[in-house]
Design a protein around this ligand. Structure first.
Ligand code: SF4
Length: 435
């Protein structure tokens, strides 16, 4: 009987889709796939590097896998493995550490999967990272939505971010590959495709011909496939063009939802973050979007506790967001990362202040959600119901990304229904009825 493997992912949707690709490679090489937590001959951990909790979590997971099954061959890859390979190699029991370039060529680096005393490390410098494998995966919570990778890496140099060091320069999958993968996802029965990348809006591919394909070209091609739902996961504000807005507003396939990182509403902090827009530009964009697409769902990333964030700067961000018509916030607490410009800046914010400010912004996010539910009450929407049943209810998302629930019926699973929101008692989901 073949060897068995289990895989586990930390971090973002892109990591999840890449773990699926790795699982596919093991499967086609004759390995039996096991669930994370089950005993297996090989264990692969795909790591993240967004905060310094990553190393702690990585150690904990490896220790727990080895305590249950000491003979498991341990492979660690992902952003943390690329950035701090030796730190990981020192963890007792780790057999192989693979960087971003080596991740998808795993079978070139190992064949017997025999445990040895010392771990092996294979990484390339950030400027040499060129590997670009396709990837797509199901949402971990449901089988209705699939994440489709179209791009990797980033050429921006936001001062707090290590992603360009962990994933290399921006590079994009050929348009044909993206379309082929989208068709495969549809054949598998998924109703929604979420376009995924590190800097998705920066998609650029030139295939020999003078024509350079940009994100809008992918969107036009995808629209022809009659996909019930396409969501653009996250897009930098300076890359959200009028042409994209026009297409999304006119199309039945594209969801009325954008996730647009802001990071700070304070002009000085934005400059120190080296973001490529100022706060007036951002406010103008949100205004334009709301005018163009009524009921548009808008999510915003914001970082709290960036160096130099005084009370005044924090409240600038708060007031800016309070005024903005957006539907929810993703609040991140700033974490010092090695080899970034931000870590050299003066004005370190105390942890207790970071926590308190995050709490205040999370409360604002809940308020924004409730306001958004109220603006959508009484309006007919399409809901894609998911596959899981919880407390006799089934949950799903509207096109503009409101989580709703209805009494569970098996026929609702993975189907799109007309729905009317009647209100919400909690910011977690809205209630309503199927029409
Ligand atoms: S756009 Fe900025 S925050 Fe986003 S991945 Fe690139 S460098 Fe990091």
């Amino acid at each position: 009987m073949g060897k068995s493997v289990s895989l586990h992912t930390l971090g973002c949707k892109l990591n999840y889709s890449e773990t699926s690709t790795l699982a596919g490679k093991f499967h086609s090489n004759g390995f039996n796939l096991k669930e994370y937590g089950e005993a297996s001959d090989i264990f692969v951990l795909n790591t993240c590097s967004v905060t310094d909790n990553a190393d702690k979590e990585c150690r904990q997971i490896i220790r727990s896998v080895l305590s249950r099954n000491p003979e498991t061959y341990i492979i660690v890859t992902g952003c943390y493995a690329q950035l701090q390979p030796n730190e990981i190699a020192e963890i007792h029991g780790v057999d192989l550490v693979l960087g971003a370039n080596e991740k998808f060529r795993l079978f070139d680096y190992v064949n017997g999967f025999e445990k040895k005393e010392l771990s092996c490390v294979f990484t390339s410098p950030a400027e040499e990272i060129t590997n670009l494998d396709y990837a797509y995966s199901s949402d971990v919570e449901s089988r209705t939505r699939a994440f489709l990778k179209i791009q990797d890496g980033c050429d921006y140099n936001c001062s707090f971010c290590t992603i360009p060091l962990a994933r290399g320069k921006s590079r994009s999958l050929p348009l044909n590959t993206v379309i082929e993968n989208a068709k495969k996802i549809l054949d598998l029965g998924y109703k929604e495709i979420v376009l995924t990348g590190v800097n998705t809006g920066d998609y650029t591919y030139q295939n020999g011909s003078p024509k350079i394909n940009k994100l809008i070209d992918i969107l036009y091609e995808l629209e022809k496939l009659n996909i019930p739902r396409i969501r653009i996961s996250s897009i930098e504000p300076n890359l959200l063009t009028d042409e994209i807005i026009e297409l999304v507003s006119a199309s039945d396939s594209f969801c009325n939802h954008f996730h647009i990182p802001l990071q700070s509403g304070d002009p000085e902090t934005l400059k120190l973050m080296r973001r490529r827009y100022n706060r007036d530009f951002y406010a103008g964009l949100i205004h334009k979007l709301n005018n163009k697409i009524p009921q548009l769902g808008i999510g915003v990333d914001v970082i709290i506790g960036f160096p130099g964030e005084t009370d005044e700067r924090f409240w600038n961000t708060f007031r800016f967001l309070e005024e903005l018509q957006v539907s929810y916030l993703h609040v991140f607490t700033y974490s010092e990362r090695r080899n970034t410009y931000a870590v050299t800046l003066p004005g370190r914010v105390e942890m207790k202040d970071r926590k308190e400010r995050s709490r205040i912004l999370r409360e604002l996010s809940n308020k924004k959600k409730m306001q958004f539910y109220a603006r959508n009450t009484g309006i007919q929407q399409k809901v894609l119901f998911e596959t899981a049943k919880e407390d006799d209810h089934i949950y799903g998302f509207t096109d503009n990304y409101i989580k709703v629930r209805a009494p569970h019926k098996p026929e609702l699973e993975n189907s799109i229904m007309e729905f009317e929101i009647s209100g919400a008692d909690t910011y977690r989901f809205a209630e309503g009825k199927i029409l």
